[in-house]
Design a protein around this ligand. Structure first.
Ligand code: GLA
Length: 381
């Protein structure tokens, strides 16, 4: 049974009836534009064909009852008395809190949930969960779906309720993803433009099987260094800086901060050039930019680990690969490669074999399709 069948069957089992609605929101992989979102910069992620699903029906009262198949546990909370705790139920609670803070009048609902976005791999399972919950509330409470507004509300839930200081990329792409396309997002204006994946190519996610802690001080430290660099350059965010400004002020900026700024400035340029390459169906140019992005994240931003460097290296040296880089926050997790679709099977097998021989770790690989953002549909009985 697929996860759609499972989440509906679990609903029927628990609530003795069929659900009225099915909502879903995707995980994501970032093609290029890493560690730029919190400097108001550009990102180019795509939503993937792995999702959080919720099967549900409205309730007459203001309670939410949600059974998680993955956690084998049920969360119950009242919309009038939300209190912060720890655990997976903080995501739905946090989204309820942020929606109410924004003035939405919410109704209660009950349902079951399942997720096939790998957890903790840097593929944004939490953003997919948040957007699925927001879509559930939008549907039962009857308010219109404004994708960018919902992404901002879910980001607020993640920042202020769950306590993870992320940027806007993950929630935005889970909200605005498009079939067969990556999306260029301007993280200042939240303007989005879909970009076609070059014909004949596939995006492959390669999981190093090493894990990071996102709440980790390293991510927050990078954010602070970017803010410090912007202040020293006299701009409100690194989005407004260029290499000429950096060179001019170089003697007044600490060496590490300078390298952090250089990554963000050059990565923003690469991301805009990557979008152009996609418009020109130029897989080779896009692949080169992905390689440069990885090198900059390794040398200047210092967020790769040994396994990510090995994975990127092996991928680049395997037949059929245009380019490869780490994706997401880094410090472990996944790499992403742009490859010739025709060679995807041999590519995955060769990379897995080589990676395992060097590291003794078993890497998962997903050849993905770009998918649409959060959506809901009625369940026909
Ligand atoms: C994590 C964060 C995003 C972004 C990336 C790095 O995925 O959630 O907001 O900062 O790291 O590009």
């Amino acid at each position: 049974m697929d996860i759609r069948g499972k989440v509906i069957a679990e609903f029927q089992h628990r609530f003795d009836d069929s659900p009225l609605l099915l909502v879903q929101a995707p995980g994501r992989v970032n093609v290029i534009g890493e560690h730029t979102d919190y400097s108001d910069g550009f990102v180019l992620p795509m939503a993937i064909n792995r999702h959080t699903l919720i099967a549900l029906r409205p309730r007459e009262d203001r309670r939410v009852v949600l059974h998680s198949i993955d956690h084998q546990a049920t969360a119950t909370f009242d919309l009038d008395g939300l209190d912060q705790d720890k655990g997976w139920e903080e995501y739905p609670k946090g989204v309820a809190w942020a929606l109410q803070e924004a003035g939405y009048k919410l109704r209660g609902w009950e349902g079951t949930t399942i997720c096939d976005v790998p957890l903790g791999a840097g593929l944004s399972s939490s953003a997919s969960y948040e957007l699925a919950v927001a879509a559930a509330f939008a549907d039962v409470s009857g308010f219109p779906w404004d994708a960018a507004k919902m992404a901002l509300i879910c980001q607020k839930a993640e920042n202020q309720w769950v306590g993870v200081n992320c940027g806007i990329m993950d929630q935005m792409i889970a909200a605005v993803g498009e079939e067969d396309k990556a999306v260029l997002i301007d993280c200042r204006s939240l303007e989005t433009t879909a970009q076609p994946i070059p014909p004949g190519t596939s995006i492959v996610i390669l999981d190093t099987s090493t894990r990071r802690g996102l709440v980790d001080s390293a991510y927050n430290e990078r954010r602070q260094q970017c803010e410090e660099a912007a202040a020293l350059l006299g701009v409100s965010a690194l989005r407004d800086a260029d290499l000429a400004m950096l060179t001019e002020k170089a003697s007044t900026i600490p060496e590490t901060t300078l390298r952090r700024a250089r990554h963000v400035i050059t990565e923003n340029e690469r991301t805009l050039r990557a979008a152009e390459a996609m418009q020109h169906k130029d897989a080779a140019a896009l692949g080169r930019l992905m390689n440069q992005s990885h090198d900059s994240l390794r040398d200047d931003f210092e967020v790769t680990n040994h396994e990510l460097d090995i994975m990127a290296d092996i991928s680049r040296n395997t037949h059929g690969c245009y380019g490869a880089r780490m994706t997401g926050a880094g410090f472990g997790g996944c790499a992403v490669a742009l490859i010739e679709s025709e060679r995807s099977r041999e590519f995955v097998a060769a990379v897995q074999y080589a990676y395992q021989s060097i590291t003794n770790l078993e890497p998962a690989a997903y050849v993905c399709r770009a998918s649409t953002g959060a959506r809901s549909e009625p369940v026909t009985r």
